[in-house]
Design a protein around this ligand. Sequence first.
Ligand code: NZQ
Ligand code: ZN
Length: 386
Amino acid sequence: MNNFQYKNPTKVLFGKGQIENISNEIPKDAKVLLLYGGGSIKKNGIYEQVKTALSKVNVIEFGGIPANPEYEVLLKALDIIKEEKVTFLLAVGGGSVIDGTKFLSAASLFEGETPWDILSKNIRTEKGMPFGSVLTLPATGSEMNSGAVITRAETKEKFAMGGPGLFPQFSILDPEVIKSIPKRQIANGLADSFTHVLEQYMTYSVDAKLQDRFAESILQTLIEIAPTMLKDEFDYKAASNFMWSCTMALNGLIQQGVPSDWAIHMMGHELTALFGIDHARTLAIITESHYKVNLEDKQEKLAQYAERVWNVTDGTLEEKALAGIEKTTEFFKSLGIDTKLSDYTKDYIGTAEIISKRFEERGWKGIGEKGKVTPALVEKIVEMSY
Ligand code: NZQ
Ligand code: ZN
C-alpha cells in the first residue's frame, strides 16, 4: 500500500427529513446565496422545503446553472456575490450545481487576474468561501469531495479544478429527492459512480486489500440495486443504497494508498465539450476501448474484478480480464446506455485526432496510472470507441 494523508471534513446529514436541519449548519449572521439549476427543484418540492428551512436566514437566490456548469453563467453569479457581499453559498442540485458553487467558492476569494486562470492553469484552491449542499441527484460524489468540472461553451473546453478549500462544509443527502429524477439521469448516476470506482481500482495491485474490497463492494451494490432503481416505482431502500454508494464512490476513501487512472474521465470530458454528450455516457463510450488498449497493464485487476464482482471462474487470466471488460459493457447497456460514439453523433470522424492534439497542446504527455497513455494511444482509444 502507498503512503497517504487523508482528511475529509464534510459533514453528511443522511436520510428522510434532513433538509429541515439546514439552518443549524449555516452561521447565524451569514448572507447566503442559494444556487440552483434549470428549475427541477421548483417542480418537485425541494425548493419549498429548502426555503421553509431557511425562513430565518438572510438569503438571496441565483438559478439557471445549466448541466455541465457554464463559465459565463457562473460569472453572473460571481458579480452578485461581490455586489451583495454574500458570505455563504448553498448549492441545491446535482453535480453541475455543486461544481458551479465550488467554482464560485474559489473565484470569490481569488486574487489573480481572471477567474479563468483557476481552470486553465489548474490553480489549487486552499481556501474558498464556505458552502454547503443539498444533493438532488446522486452521481458525481461532488457533495463530499473537493473537485469540480467547469465547461466553457465559447471555446468548447471542459476543465477540472479543486483543492482542499473546496470540500462542502455539509451536505444533505435525502434519498426522497430521487423520486422525481428521470430514469435517464438515474442511469447516468449508476454509470458515473460505477466508473468512479473503476478509475480508482482498475490499475495495478499494491496489495491494498481493504481498498480493493471497498471498491468491489460499491460495484456489487450498484449492480444489485440498478434494476430496482430503473423501475417506475420508487423504492426508498434501493434509493438510500444508491445515494450512499455514489457518495462513497468518490469521496476519497477508496482512493487512499492506491494508484488511480482517471484517463476515461479525461477523454470523456472532451466528448462532452465537443458534442454535449452527458458526462456518464461519455465514460460508457470510452471504457471498453481504454481497457482493451491497456489490457497488459490492467490484466490482473481486470481478472480479479471479473472473478469477485461478476463471478467469472473459468479461463486464463487474459480470458477472465476480457470477460470483465465484456461484463462492464453489458452493464452499461442494461442501463439503457449506448457505448459507441456513433450512437450519439454522426460527426464522429476526426474526433480521435482532435482530442489527441488537444492533449498534446496541453502538454499531457502521458495519462493513466503509469502515465503511459500518450496522445497517440488516446487517439487509438477514441478511434476504437467510434
Ligand atoms: O438543472 P435542473 O433543472 O435541476 O435539472 C437537472 C439536470 O437537468 C436534473 N435533476 C437534478 N436533480 C433532479 C433533477 N431532475 C429531477 N429531479 C431531481 N431531483 O438532472 C439533470 C442533470 O443534472 P447534473 O447536475 O448536470 O447531473 P450530474 O449530477 O450527473 O452532474 C454532472 C456534472 O458533474 C461533473 C460532470 O462532468 C458534469 O459536469 N462531475 C463532477 C465530479 C466531481 N465534482 O467530483 C466528478 C464527475 O466525474 C463529473 O465529472
Ligand atoms: Zn464522473
